[in-house]
Design a protein around this ligand. Sequence first.
Ligand code: UDP
Ligand code: MG
Length: 312
Amino acid sequence: MKPKLISVVIPAFNEQDNLPVLIQQLTVALKRIGLYEIIIVNDGSTDETEHVAETLHHLDQNVHFISFTRNFGHQYALKAGLDVAKGDCVISMDADLQHPVSLIPTMICEWENGNDIVYTIRQETKNESFFKKFSSRLFYRFFNFLTGLKLPAGSADFRLLDRKVVDKIKDLPERMLFLRGMISWIGFTQKGLVYTPDKRLNGQSSYTFGKMLSLAATGAVSFSLKPLRIVIYLGLFVAFLGCLFTAYVLYMRLFNGSVISGWSSLMGVVLILGGVQLFVMGVIGEYIGMIFMETKHRPQYIVSKTTLKIKD
Ligand code: UDP
Ligand code: MG
């Protein structure tokens, strides 16, 4: 039987100090298991990440890198890795050593037992801020409610995918990516493993609040039409309130003989209605924006330099 090749994809944005440590740990672990290739995806780093990746390639020919022309984002770096990986299975993990290398043998074992996708769930630790825990829990609740999928809270982009899953993901035509959702949606036999994240070794998290919010919006809008349905209900509810209010005004006029006066109440109603309308238009706008982005058919990323052969 042909020995199996394991690919490891590592998105890296300003990770010059973490990469050598991670690659060292990884090669020790992977050499014990069998054939391997490691693909570092340098997502437009402004530090020496590319130079470090190049040196690592010279030291071990199984280590490769792809550099983007600019920062395209974590999801696109992951996708680039999936696009070029040749392995029978592909493992993706962060470059900052938060995803423990020690879990990889268990992941491979689960894969060999017939699981096509081995995903991981991050156990909450004291290291994380209250805000990160809270926003993450809220997001998964909200996402599952909207999409009907069952993403566990703490889902991470640390996972193993079988070759057939990778090929299916490469076939999905959409450009705006929310890989966690796509992998939950795609089915196959899946197995979850819980892990405790380590502290980031060097540097700072680059997932700012803005980036998290944007990922959450892409996730919600690209996976469900429920937000549109919710705003229909919202519109109906507000119209219903309007009817009640009108009935009350008529009643007062006809049977009480008085006209309700008041600039304040009118302003209140106008402002609330204006706000609701803007909100609804915003939701519709998100969908139109998504259609606009998808119809441009732009590539998901542009490569400036690589040690791999890439067909465009
Ligand atoms: N990353 C990336 N592009 C970006 C931001 C992050 O490739 O624009 C990489 C980063 O180098 C790391 C992983 O994605 O390997 C996770 O990022 P980070 O540790 O900043 O996020 P957190 O763990 O705090 O969610
Ligand atoms: Mg991290």
